[in-house]
Design a binder for this molecule. Structure first.
Ligand SMILES: Cc1cc2nc3c(=O)[nH]c(=O)nc-3n(C[C@H](O)[C@H](O)[C@H](O)COP(=O)(O)OP(=O)(O)OC[C@H]3O[C@@H](n4cnc5c(N)ncnc54)[C@H](O)[C@@H]3O)c2cc1C
Length: 455
Protein backbone atom coordinates (compact mmCIF):
# COMPACT_ATOMS: atom_id res chain seq x y z
CA UNK A 1 0.00 0.00 0.00
CA UNK A 2 1.38 3.45 -0.88
CA UNK A 3 2.15 5.91 1.91
CA UNK A 4 -0.74 8.35 2.45
CA UNK A 5 -0.17 12.05 1.80
CA UNK A 6 0.80 13.99 4.95
CA UNK A 7 -1.49 15.84 7.32
CA UNK A 8 -0.20 19.32 8.15
CA UNK A 9 -0.51 20.31 11.80
CA UNK A 10 0.06 23.96 12.69
CA UNK A 11 1.17 24.53 16.29
CA UNK A 12 3.21 22.11 18.39
CA UNK A 13 1.60 22.83 21.75
CA UNK A 14 -0.56 20.49 23.84
CA UNK A 15 -3.09 19.86 21.09
CA UNK A 16 -0.82 19.84 18.04
CA UNK A 17 1.70 17.48 19.66
CA UNK A 18 -1.03 15.02 20.65
CA UNK A 19 -2.70 15.25 17.22
CA UNK A 20 0.64 14.58 15.50
CA UNK A 21 1.29 11.55 17.69
CA UNK A 22 -2.17 10.07 17.11
CA UNK A 23 -2.07 10.52 13.33
CA UNK A 24 1.47 9.15 13.04
CA UNK A 25 0.66 6.16 15.24
CA UNK A 26 -2.22 5.41 12.87
CA UNK A 27 0.28 5.25 10.00
CA UNK A 28 -0.29 8.68 8.47
CA UNK A 29 2.71 10.99 7.90
CA UNK A 30 2.59 14.35 9.62
CA UNK A 31 4.33 17.66 9.06
CA UNK A 32 4.20 19.59 12.33
CA UNK A 33 4.73 23.35 11.91
CA UNK A 34 5.87 25.11 15.09
CA UNK A 35 7.06 28.72 15.06
CA UNK A 36 9.08 28.57 18.28
CA UNK A 37 11.93 29.16 18.96
CA UNK A 38 12.25 31.30 15.80
CA UNK A 39 9.18 33.29 16.83
CA UNK A 40 8.00 33.39 20.46
CA UNK A 41 4.90 34.43 22.41
CA UNK A 42 4.67 36.50 25.58
CA UNK A 43 4.05 33.38 27.67
CA UNK A 44 6.24 30.62 26.18
CA UNK A 45 9.85 30.48 27.44
CA UNK A 46 11.43 27.67 25.40
CA UNK A 47 11.51 26.07 21.97
CA UNK A 48 10.20 22.72 23.27
CA UNK A 49 6.93 21.26 22.04
CA UNK A 50 3.98 21.07 24.49
CA UNK A 51 5.34 23.74 26.82
CA UNK A 52 3.22 24.36 29.93
CA UNK A 53 3.00 28.15 29.99
CA UNK A 54 1.90 28.61 33.59
CA UNK A 55 1.02 26.06 36.28
CA UNK A 56 2.60 22.60 36.13
CA UNK A 57 -0.61 20.76 37.00
CA UNK A 58 -2.93 18.55 34.98
CA UNK A 59 -5.40 18.92 37.91
CA UNK A 60 -7.27 16.03 39.55
CA UNK A 61 -6.29 12.48 38.61
CA UNK A 62 -9.43 10.96 40.16
CA UNK A 63 -11.09 9.08 37.30
CA UNK A 64 -14.17 8.10 39.33
CA UNK A 65 -15.33 11.38 40.84
CA UNK A 66 -13.78 14.10 38.70
CA UNK A 67 -14.37 15.01 35.06
CA UNK A 68 -10.77 16.03 34.33
CA UNK A 69 -9.54 12.83 36.02
CA UNK A 70 -11.87 10.93 33.70
CA UNK A 71 -10.34 12.78 30.74
CA UNK A 72 -6.89 11.58 31.90
CA UNK A 73 -8.21 8.03 31.99
CA UNK A 74 -9.68 8.26 28.50
CA UNK A 75 -6.50 9.74 27.00
CA UNK A 76 -4.40 7.01 28.61
CA UNK A 77 -6.79 4.40 27.17
CA UNK A 78 -6.30 5.98 23.73
CA UNK A 79 -2.48 5.80 24.02
CA UNK A 80 -2.14 9.55 24.38
CA UNK A 81 1.38 10.98 24.30
CA UNK A 82 0.59 13.91 26.60
CA UNK A 83 -0.64 11.60 29.37
CA UNK A 84 2.22 9.15 28.82
CA UNK A 85 4.76 11.93 29.31
CA UNK A 86 2.75 13.45 32.16
CA UNK A 87 2.87 10.11 33.98
CA UNK A 88 6.57 9.64 33.19
CA UNK A 89 7.43 13.05 34.68
CA UNK A 90 4.96 13.07 37.57
CA UNK A 91 5.78 14.98 40.76
CA UNK A 92 4.24 14.24 44.18
CA UNK A 93 1.04 16.32 44.51
CA UNK A 94 -1.63 14.38 46.42
CA UNK A 95 -4.64 13.61 44.24
CA UNK A 96 -3.52 15.98 41.46
CA UNK A 97 -1.24 15.14 38.57
CA UNK A 98 1.61 17.63 38.73
CA UNK A 99 4.53 17.24 36.35
CA UNK A 100 8.12 18.35 35.94
CA UNK A 101 7.46 20.82 33.13
CA UNK A 102 10.92 20.63 31.52
CA UNK A 103 11.16 16.83 31.60
CA UNK A 104 7.61 16.64 30.27
CA UNK A 105 8.04 18.93 27.26
CA UNK A 106 11.49 17.50 26.46
CA UNK A 107 9.90 14.03 26.53
CA UNK A 108 7.11 15.09 24.14
CA UNK A 109 9.66 16.76 21.81
CA UNK A 110 11.97 13.74 21.79
CA UNK A 111 9.11 11.29 21.10
CA UNK A 112 7.89 13.30 18.12
CA UNK A 113 11.39 14.00 16.76
CA UNK A 114 12.12 10.27 16.88
CA UNK A 115 8.89 9.20 15.19
CA UNK A 116 9.60 8.03 11.62
CA UNK A 117 6.33 9.53 10.32
CA UNK A 118 6.71 12.99 11.91
CA UNK A 119 8.65 15.87 10.32
CA UNK A 120 8.94 19.12 12.27
CA UNK A 121 9.17 22.44 10.43
CA UNK A 122 10.24 25.23 12.80
CA UNK A 123 8.64 28.17 11.01
CA UNK A 124 5.55 30.29 11.49
CA UNK A 125 2.64 29.63 9.15
CA UNK A 126 1.75 33.28 8.55
CA UNK A 127 -1.65 32.87 6.92
CA UNK A 128 -4.21 30.31 5.83
CA UNK A 129 -2.45 27.20 4.50
CA UNK A 130 -1.91 26.86 0.73
CA UNK A 131 -4.67 25.08 -1.19
CA UNK A 132 -2.56 21.97 -1.78
CA UNK A 133 -2.49 21.23 1.96
CA UNK A 134 -5.66 19.20 1.74
CA UNK A 135 -5.77 18.02 5.37
CA UNK A 136 -4.77 20.52 8.03
CA UNK A 137 -5.17 20.75 11.81
CA UNK A 138 -4.82 24.27 13.18
CA UNK A 139 -3.79 24.03 16.84
CA UNK A 140 -2.14 27.38 17.41
CA UNK A 141 -3.67 28.00 20.81
CA UNK A 142 -4.67 31.06 22.83
CA UNK A 143 -1.64 33.00 21.55
CA UNK A 144 -2.01 32.26 17.82
CA UNK A 145 0.38 34.51 15.87
CA UNK A 146 -1.17 37.75 14.64
CA UNK A 147 -0.78 37.02 10.93
CA UNK A 148 -2.55 33.66 11.14
CA UNK A 149 -5.23 35.00 13.51
CA UNK A 150 -6.04 37.82 11.09
CA UNK A 151 -6.28 35.34 8.20
CA UNK A 152 -8.62 33.09 10.20
CA UNK A 153 -10.73 36.09 11.11
CA UNK A 154 -10.96 37.14 7.46
CA UNK A 155 -12.13 33.61 6.58
CA UNK A 156 -14.63 33.15 9.42
CA UNK A 157 -15.96 36.69 9.89
CA UNK A 158 -15.42 39.57 12.32
CA UNK A 159 -17.47 38.14 15.17
CA UNK A 160 -16.19 34.59 14.92
CA UNK A 161 -12.71 34.87 16.38
CA UNK A 162 -12.26 36.43 19.80
CA UNK A 163 -8.94 37.75 21.13
CA UNK A 164 -9.84 37.58 24.82
CA UNK A 165 -12.36 35.76 26.92
CA UNK A 166 -14.67 37.58 29.29
CA UNK A 167 -16.15 34.73 31.20
CA UNK A 168 -19.17 35.09 33.40
CA UNK A 169 -19.33 32.41 36.12
CA UNK A 170 -21.24 29.24 35.21
CA UNK A 171 -23.33 27.37 37.79
CA UNK A 172 -24.65 23.79 37.91
CA UNK A 173 -28.45 24.01 37.92
CA UNK A 174 -28.80 21.27 40.54
CA UNK A 175 -26.98 23.47 43.05
CA UNK A 176 -29.39 26.42 42.71
CA UNK A 177 -32.12 26.81 45.36
CA UNK A 178 -35.34 26.96 43.33
CA UNK A 179 -37.38 27.86 46.40
CA UNK A 180 -35.73 31.30 46.06
CA UNK A 181 -34.90 31.57 42.34
CA UNK A 182 -37.51 31.37 39.56
CA UNK A 183 -37.63 30.86 35.79
CA UNK A 184 -38.79 33.88 33.77
CA UNK A 185 -37.48 36.00 30.89
CA UNK A 186 -37.71 39.77 31.32
CA UNK A 187 -41.24 40.95 30.35
CA UNK A 188 -41.96 37.27 29.54
CA UNK A 189 -40.28 37.77 26.18
CA UNK A 190 -39.87 34.82 23.83
CA UNK A 191 -42.07 32.93 21.42
CA UNK A 192 -41.73 29.50 22.98
CA UNK A 193 -41.97 28.15 26.50
CA UNK A 194 -38.25 27.26 26.28
CA UNK A 195 -37.38 30.89 25.49
CA UNK A 196 -39.60 32.24 28.26
CA UNK A 197 -37.91 29.93 30.77
CA UNK A 198 -34.34 30.34 29.51
CA UNK A 199 -33.57 32.63 32.47
CA UNK A 200 -33.37 32.01 36.19
CA UNK A 201 -33.76 35.00 38.52
CA UNK A 202 -32.36 35.56 42.00
CA UNK A 203 -33.95 38.49 43.90
CA UNK A 204 -32.23 40.85 46.36
CA UNK A 205 -33.74 43.30 48.81
CA UNK A 206 -32.03 46.64 49.52
CA UNK A 207 -29.91 45.39 52.44
CA UNK A 208 -28.75 42.34 50.50
CA UNK A 209 -27.84 44.53 47.52
CA UNK A 210 -25.85 47.01 49.62
CA UNK A 211 -23.96 44.19 51.36
CA UNK A 212 -23.27 42.60 47.98
CA UNK A 213 -21.83 45.84 46.55
CA UNK A 214 -19.62 46.23 49.64
CA UNK A 215 -18.33 42.68 49.22
CA UNK A 216 -17.52 43.24 45.54
CA UNK A 217 -15.69 46.49 46.26
CA UNK A 218 -13.69 44.93 49.09
CA UNK A 219 -12.89 41.68 47.23
CA UNK A 220 -9.43 40.50 46.26
CA UNK A 221 -8.95 41.16 42.55
CA UNK A 222 -6.42 40.28 39.87
CA UNK A 223 -4.77 43.31 38.30
CA UNK A 224 -4.90 44.16 34.62
CA UNK A 225 -1.80 43.72 32.48
CA UNK A 226 -0.73 46.67 30.33
CA UNK A 227 -2.17 45.33 27.10
CA UNK A 228 -5.45 44.53 28.86
CA UNK A 229 -5.89 48.05 30.16
CA UNK A 230 -5.75 49.30 26.57
CA UNK A 231 -8.10 46.70 25.21
CA UNK A 232 -11.23 48.06 23.62
CA UNK A 233 -13.29 45.15 24.94
CA UNK A 234 -13.92 47.08 28.11
CA UNK A 235 -16.69 49.07 26.53
CA UNK A 236 -18.70 45.97 25.76
CA UNK A 237 -18.21 43.92 28.88
CA UNK A 238 -17.01 45.75 31.95
CA UNK A 239 -16.06 43.57 34.90
CA UNK A 240 -18.69 43.84 37.66
CA UNK A 241 -16.18 45.29 40.12
CA UNK A 242 -15.38 48.10 37.64
CA UNK A 243 -19.11 48.79 37.29
CA UNK A 244 -19.57 48.76 41.08
CA UNK A 245 -16.66 51.16 41.49
CA UNK A 246 -18.32 53.62 39.10
CA UNK A 247 -21.26 54.00 41.47
CA UNK A 248 -23.27 51.90 43.92
CA UNK A 249 -26.35 52.00 41.66
CA UNK A 250 -24.56 51.12 38.41
CA UNK A 251 -25.16 47.36 38.66
CA UNK A 252 -28.81 47.92 39.60
CA UNK A 253 -29.23 49.82 36.33
CA UNK A 254 -27.14 47.30 34.41
CA UNK A 255 -27.01 43.51 34.70
CA UNK A 256 -28.90 43.51 38.03
CA UNK A 257 -31.90 45.59 36.99
CA UNK A 258 -35.14 44.24 38.48
CA UNK A 259 -37.53 45.51 35.78
CA UNK A 260 -39.98 43.22 33.97
CA UNK A 261 -39.72 40.40 36.50
CA UNK A 262 -42.18 39.12 39.13
CA UNK A 263 -41.09 36.75 41.86
CA UNK A 264 -43.73 33.99 42.08
CA UNK A 265 -42.47 33.05 45.57
CA UNK A 266 -43.34 36.57 46.82
CA UNK A 267 -45.47 38.26 44.12
CA UNK A 268 -46.35 41.22 46.36
CA UNK A 269 -42.69 42.15 47.04
CA UNK A 270 -40.80 44.13 44.38
CA UNK A 271 -37.16 43.04 44.27
CA UNK A 272 -34.60 45.83 44.72
CA UNK A 273 -32.21 44.08 42.30
CA UNK A 274 -32.21 40.78 40.41
CA UNK A 275 -29.30 38.62 39.32
CA UNK A 276 -30.19 36.76 36.13
CA UNK A 277 -28.74 33.45 34.99
CA UNK A 278 -29.15 32.25 31.44
CA UNK A 279 -29.23 28.69 30.20
CA UNK A 280 -25.74 27.88 28.90
CA UNK A 281 -26.06 24.50 27.18
CA UNK A 282 -28.62 22.49 25.25
CA UNK A 283 -28.84 19.95 28.09
CA UNK A 284 -30.06 22.70 30.46
CA UNK A 285 -27.62 21.59 33.16
CA UNK A 286 -25.53 24.80 33.24
CA UNK A 287 -26.50 28.45 33.71
CA UNK A 288 -24.22 31.49 33.32
CA UNK A 289 -24.65 34.59 35.48
CA UNK A 290 -25.52 37.25 32.93
CA UNK A 291 -23.10 40.18 32.68
CA UNK A 292 -20.96 38.99 35.61
CA UNK A 293 -17.54 38.83 33.94
CA UNK A 294 -15.04 39.60 36.67
CA UNK A 295 -11.40 39.79 37.69
CA UNK A 296 -12.15 38.88 41.31
CA UNK A 297 -9.77 36.15 42.50
CA UNK A 298 -11.36 32.70 42.51
CA UNK A 299 -11.68 32.28 46.30
CA UNK A 300 -13.13 35.76 46.79
CA UNK A 301 -15.39 35.33 43.79
CA UNK A 302 -17.04 32.14 45.06
CA UNK A 303 -17.63 33.76 48.47
CA UNK A 304 -19.16 36.89 46.95
CA UNK A 305 -21.37 35.01 44.48
CA UNK A 306 -22.71 32.73 47.23
CA UNK A 307 -24.18 35.85 48.85
CA UNK A 308 -26.76 35.87 46.02
CA UNK A 309 -30.08 34.48 47.31
CA UNK A 310 -30.53 31.05 45.71
CA UNK A 311 -26.81 30.57 45.11
CA UNK A 312 -25.77 29.94 48.74
CA UNK A 313 -24.71 26.38 47.84
CA UNK A 314 -23.77 27.08 44.23
CA UNK A 315 -21.28 24.78 42.55
CA UNK A 316 -19.44 26.49 39.76
CA UNK A 317 -18.69 24.73 36.49
CA UNK A 318 -16.28 27.61 36.04
CA UNK A 319 -15.61 30.90 37.71
CA UNK A 320 -15.43 34.21 35.85
CA UNK A 321 -12.34 35.74 34.34
CA UNK A 322 -10.91 37.97 31.64
CA UNK A 323 -7.81 36.77 29.79
CA UNK A 324 -5.94 37.02 26.53
CA UNK A 325 -7.30 34.13 24.48
CA UNK A 326 -7.76 33.57 20.76
CA UNK A 327 -10.73 31.29 20.17
CA UNK A 328 -13.35 30.54 17.55
CA UNK A 329 -17.10 30.65 17.83
CA UNK A 330 -16.95 26.89 17.36
CA UNK A 331 -20.66 26.07 17.84
CA UNK A 332 -21.33 28.16 14.75
CA UNK A 333 -18.22 27.33 12.70
CA UNK A 334 -17.18 23.72 13.33
CA UNK A 335 -18.89 20.43 12.52
CA UNK A 336 -18.80 17.35 14.77
CA UNK A 337 -15.50 16.32 13.13
CA UNK A 338 -13.87 19.62 14.22
CA UNK A 339 -13.81 20.77 10.56
CA UNK A 340 -14.53 24.31 9.46
CA UNK A 341 -17.94 24.02 7.81
CA UNK A 342 -16.94 26.41 5.00
CA UNK A 343 -13.54 24.74 4.35
CA UNK A 344 -13.61 21.13 5.57
CA UNK A 345 -9.92 20.59 4.75
CA UNK A 346 -9.23 22.74 7.84
CA UNK A 347 -9.72 21.14 11.24
CA UNK A 348 -9.18 22.98 14.49
CA UNK A 349 -7.96 21.56 17.80
CA UNK A 350 -6.96 22.73 21.25
CA UNK A 351 -7.74 25.93 23.05
CA UNK A 352 -8.54 27.80 19.81
CA UNK A 353 -11.72 25.66 19.59
CA UNK A 354 -12.97 27.11 22.89
CA UNK A 355 -11.94 24.43 25.33
CA UNK A 356 -9.83 25.61 28.24
CA UNK A 357 -6.81 24.02 29.91
CA UNK A 358 -3.82 21.83 29.09
CA UNK A 359 -5.70 18.54 29.36
CA UNK A 360 -8.83 19.64 27.50
CA UNK A 361 -6.67 21.11 24.72
CA UNK A 362 -4.64 17.92 24.40
CA UNK A 363 -7.87 15.89 24.37
CA UNK A 364 -9.20 17.87 21.41
CA UNK A 365 -5.84 17.29 19.71
CA UNK A 366 -6.22 13.57 20.31
CA UNK A 367 -9.68 13.53 18.77
CA UNK A 368 -8.68 15.75 15.81
CA UNK A 369 -5.60 13.61 15.09
CA UNK A 370 -7.65 10.41 15.05
CA UNK A 371 -10.47 11.88 12.96
CA UNK A 372 -8.03 13.34 10.40
CA UNK A 373 -6.00 10.12 10.18
CA UNK A 374 -9.11 7.98 9.74
CA UNK A 375 -10.35 10.30 6.99
CA UNK A 376 -6.96 10.17 5.27
CA UNK A 377 -6.99 6.36 5.40
CA UNK A 378 -10.46 6.29 3.79
CA UNK A 379 -12.07 4.89 6.94
CA UNK A 380 -14.02 7.83 8.39
CA UNK A 381 -14.54 7.61 12.13
CA UNK A 382 -17.53 8.79 14.13
CA UNK A 383 -16.65 11.25 16.93
CA UNK A 384 -16.43 9.84 20.48
CA UNK A 385 -19.87 9.44 22.12
CA UNK A 386 -21.23 12.45 24.03
CA UNK A 387 -21.28 10.29 27.19
CA UNK A 388 -17.46 10.25 27.30
CA UNK A 389 -15.43 13.20 28.58
CA UNK A 390 -13.83 13.73 25.17
CA UNK A 391 -17.20 13.43 23.45
CA UNK A 392 -18.96 15.72 25.94
CA UNK A 393 -16.40 18.47 25.30
CA UNK A 394 -16.57 17.97 21.55
CA UNK A 395 -20.37 18.02 21.56
CA UNK A 396 -20.37 21.19 23.64
CA UNK A 397 -18.03 23.16 21.36
CA UNK A 398 -19.47 21.89 18.09
CA UNK A 399 -23.09 22.74 18.79
CA UNK A 400 -24.19 21.97 22.37
CA UNK A 401 -23.19 25.41 23.64
CA UNK A 402 -25.16 28.53 22.83
CA UNK A 403 -23.23 30.25 20.01
CA UNK A 404 -24.48 33.70 21.10
CA UNK A 405 -22.75 33.53 24.47
CA UNK A 406 -20.00 31.02 23.73
CA UNK A 407 -16.99 31.29 26.04
CA UNK A 408 -14.17 28.81 26.72
CA UNK A 409 -15.04 25.80 28.84
CA UNK A 410 -13.26 23.33 31.10
CA UNK A 411 -14.49 19.74 31.18
CA UNK A 412 -17.17 19.20 33.88
CA UNK A 413 -20.04 16.83 34.53
CA UNK A 414 -22.57 19.50 33.52
CA UNK A 415 -21.57 18.78 29.91
CA UNK A 416 -22.61 15.12 30.17
CA UNK A 417 -26.08 13.84 29.29
CA UNK A 418 -27.85 13.03 32.60
CA UNK A 419 -27.76 9.45 33.90
CA UNK A 420 -31.06 7.82 34.85
CA UNK A 421 -31.96 6.29 38.22
CA UNK A 422 -29.51 8.18 40.39
CA UNK A 423 -30.30 10.60 43.13
CA UNK A 424 -30.15 14.31 42.28
CA UNK A 425 -28.76 17.19 44.37
CA UNK A 426 -25.79 17.34 46.67
CA UNK A 427 -26.57 14.04 48.45
CA UNK A 428 -26.56 11.99 45.26
CA UNK A 429 -23.39 13.55 43.89
CA UNK A 430 -20.95 10.75 44.63
CA UNK A 431 -23.20 8.10 43.15
CA UNK A 432 -24.00 10.29 40.14
CA UNK A 433 -20.38 11.03 39.32
CA UNK A 434 -19.50 7.36 39.58
CA UNK A 435 -22.35 6.58 37.18
CA UNK A 436 -21.06 9.20 34.72
CA UNK A 437 -17.52 7.86 34.81
CA UNK A 438 -18.54 4.17 34.59
CA UNK A 439 -20.72 4.92 31.58
CA UNK A 440 -17.97 6.98 29.93
CA UNK A 441 -15.37 4.26 30.32
CA UNK A 442 -17.62 1.58 28.79
CA UNK A 443 -18.60 3.85 25.90
CA UNK A 444 -15.02 4.95 25.23
CA UNK A 445 -13.94 1.33 24.89
CA UNK A 446 -16.67 0.84 22.30
CA UNK A 447 -15.39 3.85 20.36
CA UNK A 448 -11.77 2.74 20.48
CA UNK A 449 -12.72 -0.75 19.32
CA UNK A 450 -14.67 0.65 16.38
CA UNK A 451 -11.36 1.78 14.87
CA UNK A 452 -8.86 -0.92 15.86
CA UNK A 453 -6.18 0.43 13.50
CA UNK A 454 -6.15 3.62 15.54
CA UNK A 455 -6.46 2.01 18.97
C1 LIG B 1 -0.74 33.27 30.03
C2 LIG B 1 -1.46 31.95 30.01
C3 LIG B 1 -1.48 31.16 31.15
C4 LIG B 1 -2.14 29.91 31.14
N1 LIG B 1 -2.12 29.12 32.25
C5 LIG B 1 -2.70 27.89 32.22
C6 LIG B 1 -2.62 27.00 33.35
O1 LIG B 1 -2.04 27.33 34.37
N2 LIG B 1 -3.22 25.78 33.27
C7 LIG B 1 -3.87 25.37 32.15
O2 LIG B 1 -4.37 24.23 32.13
N3 LIG B 1 -3.94 26.18 31.06
C8 LIG B 1 -3.38 27.42 31.07
N4 LIG B 1 -3.45 28.25 29.98
C9 LIG B 1 -4.16 27.81 28.84
C10 LIG B 1 -3.13 27.04 28.03
O3 LIG B 1 -2.50 27.88 27.10
C11 LIG B 1 -3.78 25.94 27.31
O4 LIG B 1 -4.39 25.16 28.28
C12 LIG B 1 -2.89 25.05 26.44
O5 LIG B 1 -1.54 25.40 26.40
C13 LIG B 1 -3.49 25.16 25.10
O6 LIG B 1 -2.95 24.18 24.29
P1 LIG B 1 -2.91 24.46 22.73
O7 LIG B 1 -2.18 23.34 22.11
O8 LIG B 1 -4.25 24.78 22.23
O9 LIG B 1 -2.05 25.81 22.61
P2 LIG B 1 -0.48 26.00 22.99
O10 LIG B 1 -0.05 25.01 23.97
O11 LIG B 1 -0.31 27.44 23.28
O12 LIG B 1 0.22 25.66 21.61
C14 LIG B 1 0.06 26.43 20.45
C15 LIG B 1 1.38 26.41 19.69
O13 LIG B 1 1.21 27.02 18.41
C16 LIG B 1 2.34 27.80 18.11
N5 LIG B 1 1.92 28.78 17.10
C17 LIG B 1 1.07 29.85 17.26
N6 LIG B 1 0.87 30.45 16.07
C18 LIG B 1 1.59 29.76 15.14
C19 LIG B 1 1.77 29.88 13.73
N7 LIG B 1 1.15 30.84 13.02
N8 LIG B 1 2.60 29.02 13.08
C20 LIG B 1 3.23 28.03 13.78
N9 LIG B 1 3.09 27.86 15.12
C21 LIG B 1 2.27 28.70 15.78
C22 LIG B 1 2.77 28.35 19.46
O14 LIG B 1 4.13 28.70 19.46
C23 LIG B 1 2.47 27.19 20.40
O15 LIG B 1 3.58 26.33 20.56
C24 LIG B 1 -2.81 29.49 29.96
C25 LIG B 1 -2.79 30.30 28.82
C26 LIG B 1 -2.12 31.52 28.84
C27 LIG B 1 -2.13 32.37 27.61
Amino acid sequence: MSTPAPIHIIGGGMAGSEAAWQAAQAGVPVILHEMRPERGTFAHQTGELAEMVCSNSFRSDDDQQNAVGLLHWEMRAANGLIMRMGDAHQLPAGGALAVDRHGFSQGVTAALEAHPLVAIDRREVPGLPPADWDSVIIATGPLTSDALAQAIRAETGEDSLAFFDAIAPIVHIDSIDLSKAWFQSRYDKGDTEAERTAYLNCPMDKDQYEAFIDAILESDQTGFKDWEADAKYFDGCLPIEVMAARGRETLRHGPMKPRGLTNPHQPEVKAHAVVQLRRDNALGTLYNIVGFQTKMKYGAQADVLRMIPGLEDARFARLGGIHRNTFLNSPRLLDGQLRLRTQPRLRFAGQITGVEGYVESAAMGLVAGRLAAAERLGRPLTPPPATTAMGALLTHISGGADARTFQPMNVNFGLFPPVGDVRGGRKGRQQRYKAYTDRAKADLHGWLQAAPALA
